[in-house]
Design a protein around this ligand. Structure first.
Ligand SMILES: C[S@@+](CC[C@H](N)C(=O)[O-])C[C@H]1O[C@@H](n2cnc3c(N)ncnc32)[C@H](O)[C@@H]1O
Length: 236
């Protein structure tokens, strides 16, 4: 794999952003075959402004999204989502050479894609929140019983923000994602914002194996940030 060389080339985000992707992007970076999960219950955690749950719900799949900010209403989330999107696009403009543009083509189209995700998420959020499809959670704890989801997806949070969260937080969060899953947990990407692989990945896999949790690194058909073409998969 070719990783970005210089840590000074990293995207300089000053916070964990309320940001989200679409179903078609989730399918690629989690290497998802949704026909396998049609009758299953899926958790997206943390979901941010992703439209994944809104979109799979329309396909008849039972899915729940959770995030620290799901105590906020639609108006506040739109404001936060738009501000964070502007922040990411501004910072991304400095480091576009670190990314592959074959999917998005350019930064303007990427921005449109992220706005689409935000608006599709917001369209589902008010009603979805009332029926329990969007739930506020504060990791590393989850308010769900053991094995209550077949598949648990965690994108663009763990490892990515490893400058903000220590190993203990990662460990506790991953154990919690595993606790609430009955089949599989998938975590993407394995890089930090500095585009380097998570420094403690080998320790983590050893610790998981010592806890008798099956874990492996798997290639995925997606590489927007150069070198980010693998996920961590845990299974029962
Ligand atoms: C980049 S977004 C997730 C994006 C989405 N999963 C995707 O792949 O498109 C990261 C999210 O983590 C949430 N977050 C930060 N700290 C958290 C915590 N302790 N518990 C739950 N969510 C948290 C933020 O509110 C933010 O929405």
């Amino acid at each position: 794999m070719n990783f970005v060389n210089s840590t000074t080339d990293a995207i300089q985000l000053d916070r964990v952003v309320f940001f989200g992707r679409t179903l078609s992007e989730y399918v690629k970076f989690f290497d998802l075959d949704l026909s396998q999960w049609q009758k299953c219950r899926i958790l997206d955690c943390p979901a941010g402004a992703a439209s994944f749950v809104a979109e799979v719900h329309q396909m008849g799949i039972d899915a729940v999204a959770c995030d620290l900010l799901f105590n906020l209403d639609e108006t506040n989330l739109r404001a936060k989502g738009q501000a964070d999107l502007a922040h990411v696009m501004e910072r991304l403009a400095d480091v576009t050479h670190n990314y592959n543009w074959d999917f998005y083509q350019n930064i303007e189209k990427l921005n449109e894609c992220r706005h689409t995700a935000l608006e599709n998420f917001l369209a589902d959020y008010p009603n979805g929140r009332q029926v329990g499809r969007y739930i506020q959670t504060v990791l590393p704890k989850l308010p769900f019983s053991d094995r209550s989801f077949d598949l648990v997806l965690s994108g663009h949070f763990l490892f990515l923000y490893s400058d903000c969260f220590d190993y203990a937080f990662h460990w506790q969060t991953i154990l919690e994602l595993y606790r609430v899953c009955s089949q599989e947990v998938r975590i993407y990407p394995l890089q930090g914002k500095d585009a380097q692989p998570y420094a403690f990945l080998n320790n983590l896999i050893n610790d998981l194996n010592n806890a008798e949790i099956a874990a492996e690194i798997v290639d995925v058909p997606w590489e927007f940030l150069k070198g980010s073409n693998q996920m961590l998969r845990l299974w029962r």
